[in-house]
Design a protein around this ligand. Structure first.
Ligand SMILES: C[S@@+](CC[C@H](N)C(=O)[O-])C[C@H]1O[C@@H](n2cnc3c(N)ncnc32)[C@H](O)[C@@H]1O
Length: 295
């Protein structure tokens, strides 16, 4: 009888703990979700979530302006790294202080955005790659042109004994090219399910499925201990956030090849830097780094 009572008490406690956890999580999610449509109407029946992430490095305030179909004005403060979800059926205009002037921009339902600093330090709203609050948004999907991929692999000296990682691998083109051209093994890390499907279809089409695999995960949480080459095409602050992962996992002599952006704090490891002409008069930079300590 005593055992039955103890078991019943344990069950009650477990249920209470679960309810407390669930309530806490629901409250936290609700905190970041703003319902901007007064109510669904025949004209605007579907409300999709626009996400706004703060990667400026400091807390930030912005105001959702009132417009037809949008409740406002609503002023919000976004903590560093926080994500707001604006549920709306129509585009939403927001205003914020760019640090230089009052700025405005329109964000669209269902799309991810980030507040970031531009190269002059002004805050701007950029397209993001996903709205998940449990993962970093390292860069939107902008594929590296094939000739730049080819040169990155050549500069990194990729061969059949290499294991090439691409952090934020997009459609998988870097690891697929490394496998197809050099017989290297490859691992692509990506969060976007549509892109992951394209990676796997591309590997199949190019006949390299046995050499490459694709991981559905946040690249900042990947283990890189087996990588001999890491390819990246990510924003500068994202590269900065990956430096501790590189330092922790990469073995002596491993190469990091970066499209366009330097790895912060790694100038002493830079092996080569070159610029190749691209479309529309824009140059593509390729920066090659090597981990110290190789024989
Ligand atoms: C600029 S694209 C580069 C694609 C590919 N590496 C290339 O060079 O063609 C950046 C990619 O990073 C992905 N991404 C962004 N944040 C990520 C994260 N936390 N974990 C994994 N992938 C991420 C995006 O979905 C996007 O496909």
């Amino acid at each position: 009888m005593r055992r039955v009572v103890q078991a019943a008490i344990a069950v009650v406690f477990a249920v209470l703990a679960f309810l407390a956890l669930f309530h806490g999580r629901a409250a936290k999610d609700a905190e970041n979700r703003l319902d901007l449509a007064p109510r669904p109407s025949a004209a605007t029946p579907f409300r999709e979530e626009t996400t706004l992430r703060n990667v400026t490095g400091a807390p930030l305030a912005y105001t959702v302006l009132a417009s037809p179909g949008v409740k406002g004005p609503v002023t919000r403060t976004l903590a560093v790294g926080a994500v707001d979800r604006l549920a709306s059926a129509v585009p939403v205009e927001i205003a914020f202080d760019s640090g230089k002037r009052e700025a405005r921009c329109t964000v669209h339902p269902g799309k991810p955005y980030s507040f970031r600093r531009d190269e002059r330090g002004a805050i701007r709203v950029y397209p993001g790659s996903h709205g998940r609050s449990d993962a970093a948004d390292l860069a939107p999907f902008v594929p590296t042109p094939p000739e730049i991929v080819a040169r990155m692999l050549e500069l990194a000296g990729v061969g059949r004994n290499d294991v090439v990682y691409d952090l934020g691998c997009g459609d998988g083109r870097v690891v697929i090219a490394a496998a197809k051209t050099y017989g290297a093994r490859g691992v692509g890390v990506e969060l976007d399910p549509d892109l992951l499907a394209r990676c796997r279809a591309g590997a199949e089409r190019e006949g390299v499925s046995k050499l490459v695999r694709f991981l559905d995960m946040d690249a900042t949480k990947a283990r890189l201990t087996e990588a001999t080459v890491v390819a990246v095409y990510l924003l500068p602050e994202s590269l900065e956030s990956l430096v501790p992962v590189f330092e922790r996992d990469l073995r002596p002599g491993a190469r990091v090849v970066s499209h366009d952006y330097r790895v912060p704090g790694w100038d002493g490891r830079l092996v080569s830097s070159e610029a190749l002409p691209g479309e529309g008069g824009r140059d593509h930079r390729i920066l090659l780094y090597r981990m110290p300590g190789a024989k």
